[in-house]
Design a binder for this molecule. Structure first.
Ligand code: SF4
Length: 359
């Protein structure tokens, strides 16, 4: 008989969770049982009890975008008084400030601006690498496809040139829900499911690793969340290039789509199922940026082993009217209060600073 207890027993014994079972857990699974099972898996993957974070800066080089996703409050049309493209020297200044504050990673992400092609990014990446000791974890799949298109080159050529110029790793943004039926509703002009997966597969094939993301709480049903995770898991079975899975929730403020925030129980339950389902991805990140500090902290009891970045700068979520801030001290305190050992990591999850006595 299908039941939460039976499914979890099999999963904890190492049996891979099937899509139907994961859907059952999302629909009917007992909240606390799921959290306990996800925490068990998390502890077996990371037995030292460490929960990590990274110091990085998000730099949104432009907000001009011709994609007009209905869930996005960040983009502007080219002729909007608030439209901008950051000057190169301003970007270098932001990188410099970030490095001074201990950042090891820079995440450049922006709108799909028809004026910005390959040259803009290769020059920028070379300049950053020449001046600063940081990892460039930048450009999500829609941006990569856009750069290839406006520059009249293939996706592989674009990725190859960007890598040569200094791109180290790809963020998994732009995935939202990897189901075209939902993408049509929330981002009809954005790349489709297969294109997102193609970019990731090509990057992994070139030796670049990446993260995978999922945005929940827009138009999707629970089955779409499972289909999304299943696509990520299948691709990971092929190449193993996803370092982490990051899940955040749709922020309706100032967006064309509008609607409601999803509740914390829904977020945490889905996070727990993600930990159980994605048996081939080591790291799971809880999103304090969209869920707030307390739920971010609780995510560490629902399968997450990482809280992402302390975010020296963040503009995309902020444009929806949601703005949570955290310092290095805040995040360490939060992690300790959750019964975990706080540590700063780099992009590849190597621990670079421990905030607890080592043995
Ligand atoms: S989510 Fe990205 S691609 Fe979509 S409108 Fe906003 S900036 Fe453009």
């Amino acid at each position: 008989m299908i039941s939460t207890t039976n499914i979890l027993k099999d999963t904890l014994e190492g049996k891979r969770l099937e899509e139907e079972e994961a859907l059952f857990l999302l629909e009917e699974g007992d909240f606390l049982e799921l959290g306990k099972a996800a925490a068990y898996i998390c502890n077996s993957l990371h037995p030292q009890g460490v929960a990590t974070f990274i110091i990085d800066r998000n730099i949104n080089y432009t907000n001009i975008c011709n994609c007009r996703c209905l869930f996005c409050a960040f983009f502007r049309e080219g002729d909007d008084p608030e439209a901008y493209v950051l000057k190169e020297e301003d970007i270098y200044k932001k990188v410099e400030e970030a490095v001074e504050k201990g950042a090891t990673q820079i995440m450049l992400q922006g709108g799909l601006n028809p004026q910005l092609g390959l040259d803009y990014f290769t020059r920028l990446f070379r300049g950053i690498k020449k001046g600063f000791p940081v990892t460039i974890h930048s450009l999500s799949p829609p941006e990569i496809c856009h750069i290839a298109r406006v520059s009249g080159i293939s996706l592989e050529e674009a990725l190859g040139e960007l890598k040569k110029a200094g791109l180290d790793s790809l963020p998994g943004g732009g995935a939202e829900i990897l189901e075209d039926e939902i993408r049509e509703k929330i981002s009809p002009f954005k790349i489709k499911t297969n294109q997102w997966l193609q970019v990731m597969e090509a990057a992994h094939g070139m030796g670049m690793t990446s993260t995978a993301t999922m945005m929940i709480g827009s138009e999707e049903k629970l089955i779409h969340r499972i289909k999304h995770m299943s696509r990520i898991r299948k691709l990971q079975d092929k190449g193993g290039g996803f370092r982490a899975f990051i899940m955040w929730s749709f922020q309706p403020g100032n967006t064309e789509m509008g609607g409601k925030h999803i509740g914390p129980l829904d977020y945490l339950k889905t996070l727990a199922v993600a930990r159980l389902f994605l048996d081939n991805i080591s790291h799971l990140q809880g999103s304090w940026v969209t869920q707030g500090k307390e739920i971010g902290q609780l995510s560490l009891a629902f399968g997450a082993n990482d809280l992402g970045s302390i975010m020296i700068e963040e503009n995309v979520i902020k444009s929806t009217g949601v703005s949570y801030r955290m310092t290095e001290e805040d995040i360490c305190h939060l992690i300790k209060k959750a019964g975990k050992l706080p540590a700063q990591r780099d992009t590849t999850y190597r621990i670079i600073k421990e905030y607890y006595p080592s043995n």
